[in-house]
Design a binder for this molecule. Structure first.
Ligand code: Z5A
Length: 222
């Protein structure tokens, strides 16, 4: 049942390059929050809602080369609009917290910085689609690209790779730099966490950030 008296939930996104542990940490954070009495929904981008998952299939089709940066940005934001309207927004309205594996900073890093799409294009789409409804807190999992790529390759095994996974190691190292630049430009929202430890050590570091930055909301929600 919808709780219309609850304060709006908190929106947290995880960002970082491939294999930095975003999906792993999103689930571990949900468990920590549950232990603190907070119900959180874990979702992902591209995708999350049924319409956005259909756009994800287009974007990550292993049999199709990557779209250009402009077309990709439009598709990622089309998926994001559906995700926000049908899943994230309604969950936050009922007081549930939302943890999202990637969000707009991925477009800023991949299509903006790496795809060389003018930042004005991304920020206009951001204003149109997201506006004031973006994450309250973003956790950037930082790791040398070669470690993330090795983790992702080990998990993938013999499965096929999509166009993003085919990018050269230098692309992934430049991506790391782009993310760190985004964090430096918006330290009030983006917290950088060293993702090189084992999953529990990284989860402890993530929890330290969440409790420090959202202490008042945790006390209210628990
Ligand atoms: N993209 C974009 O270009 N623009 C956008 O706006 C958006 C996305 C939203 C989505 O790919 C692609 O879309 C992505 C960016 C682009 N391209 N790439 N590359 P995806 O959703 O299929 O994949 P991903 O987002 O890159 O996530 P990932 O590669 O699946 O990695 P992860 O979620 O960061 O990591 P993980 O799945 O938690 O862990 C990977 C493996 O490492 C796994 O076996 C774990 O058990 C292991 N692991 C996790 N943590 C650790 C630690 N701490 N130590 C050791 N091993 C670990």
């Amino acid at each position: 049942m919808t709780d219309r008296t609850a304060p709006r939930g908190i929106f947290i996104s995880f960002e970082g390059g491939e294999g930095t542990g975003k999906s792993t940490q999103a689930k571990l954070l949900r468990e920590r929050l549950a232990g603190a009495g907070v119900s959180a929904l874990v979702t992902r981008e591209p995708g999350g809602s049924s319409g956005a998952e259909r756009i994800r299939a287009l974007l990550l089709d292993p049999d199709h080369p990557r779209f250009g940066a402009r077309a990709e940005a439009l598709l990622f934001y089309a998926a994001r609009a559906d995700h926000l309207e049908t899943l994230i927004g309604p969950a936050l309205e009922t007081g549930r917290w939302v943890i999202c594996d990637r969000f707009s900073d991925s477009t800023r890093a991949y299509q903006g910085a790496l795809g060389r799409l003018e930042s004005a294009v991304v920020e206009n789409l951001e204003a149109l689609v997201v506006g004031e409804n973006g994450p309250d807190l973003t956790i950037l999992l930082d790791l040398p690209a070669e470690i993330g790529l090795a983790r992702a390759a080990a998990r993938r095994g013999d499965a096929g790779v999509d166009g993003f996974e085919r990018e050269a190691p230098a692309f992934h190292e430049a991506l790391r730099r782009a993310y760190l630049d985004l964090a430096a430009a918006d330290p009030g929202r983006i917290a950088v966490v060293d993702a090189s430890g084992d999953p529990d050590a990284v989860a402890n570091a993530v929890w330290a950030v969440v409790t420090a930055r959202l202490a008042s909301r945790l006390a209210v929600s628990a």
